[in-house]
Design a protein around this ligand. Structure first.
Ligand SMILES: [Zn+2]
Ligand SMILES: [Zn+2]
Length: 159
């Protein structure tokens, strides 16, 4: 990474990396919202930061069991971008949901793939943690969650 200070953040926030996800990845700050945590986890995937991903999984998930899979996945996954579709911001709740889509190319499969999920986050003390997710239903004639403005069946649903 040449000039990381002025680089746009990977998470698509249109802020620079050093004022967006980097302070979280460097443990200088703790994300205040579930969405910020989710964005920083995406940036951790892009920057191959397995430790950060494992630390921000809820302990109940026993994410360490996926450590090898996670690290192996880094090598052949090329991330194309993140799109936050909706997020809940209830300041008084320790539970939050973020719906997002992320596209990537799995260099083994050699085609673009879409992740579309509604993730659930739990706050423990000051720290938001990722716990689990559901996959929202998308109709074949609905707009594609990847943000292309095309119908799902003509875009990422065309498999
Ligand atoms: Zn960011
Ligand atoms: Zn699409």
């Amino acid at each position: 990474m040449e000039d990381s200070v002025h680089q746009d953040c990977f998470c698509g926030s249109q802020k620079t990396f050093n004022v967006c996800c980097q302070p979280f990845l460097d443990h200088q700050q703790v994300p205040e919202t579930a969405e910020a945590l989710m964005r920083s986890r995406y940036s951790a995937y892009v920057t191959h930061n397995a430790d950060y991903l494992l630390q921000t999984w809820h302990p109940e998930c026993h994410a360490e069991q996926w450590q090898d899979e996670l690290i192996n996945g880094f090598a052949h996954t090329q991330w194309l971008g993140l799109r936050v579709i909706s997020s809940s911001h209830d300041k008084n709740s320790d539970l939050a949901y973020v719906e997002f889509s992320a596209c990537f190319i799995d260099e083994k499969a050699d085609h673009k793939q879409l992740i579309h999920e509604r993730s659930r986050f739990v706050r423990v003390g000051q720290q938001w943690l990722y716990i689990d997710e559901v996959t929202p239903k998308v109709g074949r004639n609905d707009l594609c969650p990847c943000g292309s403005e095309k119908k799902y069946k003509k875009c990422c649903g065309d498999n």
